[in-house]
Design a binder for this molecule. Structure first.
Ligand SMILES: [Zn+2]
Length: 113
């Protein structure tokens, strides 16, 4: 499952950060997930509960912030929001675009205790 591997990767990163800091656990973690990243929030929350067992994240408060995708049209150069990856430009109807945001899956903050 895609979401489980994402959760496990995040756990790995957090374990490393905690070790680097010479501490033992995480109080709070905030993830930033773009709406075009293909992540099911509910599936991730479910996978999360499994992935964090007996790790530094076991008792951490878990928050997800969603970012809205955006792109710049390569035909008319206007920037616009993207609800779906194949959306066309609302100004000129063009399909060629440069993705600016929306595919990210990252740890926005990590409170180490
Ligand atoms: Zn356009």
């Amino acid at each position: 499952m895609h979401e489980l591997s994402i959760a496990l990767t995040i756990v790995e990163i957090a374990e490393e950060e905690v070790k680097k800091a010479g501490l033992t656990s995480v109080g709070k973690i905030v993830l930033e997930i773009g709406n075009l990243a293909g992540v099911e929030t509910e599936a991730l929350a479910f996978a999360w509960q499994e992935a964090v067992k007996q790790t530094v994240l076991e008792k951490a408060e878990y928050l997800v912030e969603h970012t809205t995708g955006s792109a710049r049209c390569l035909s008319c150069n206007s920037a616009f929001e993207l609800a779906f990856i194949y959306d066309c430009c609302p100004c000129c109807g063009g399909f060629r675009k440069e993705l600016l945001q929306g595919k990210e899956i990252r740890i926005k903050s990590l409170e180490i205790l």
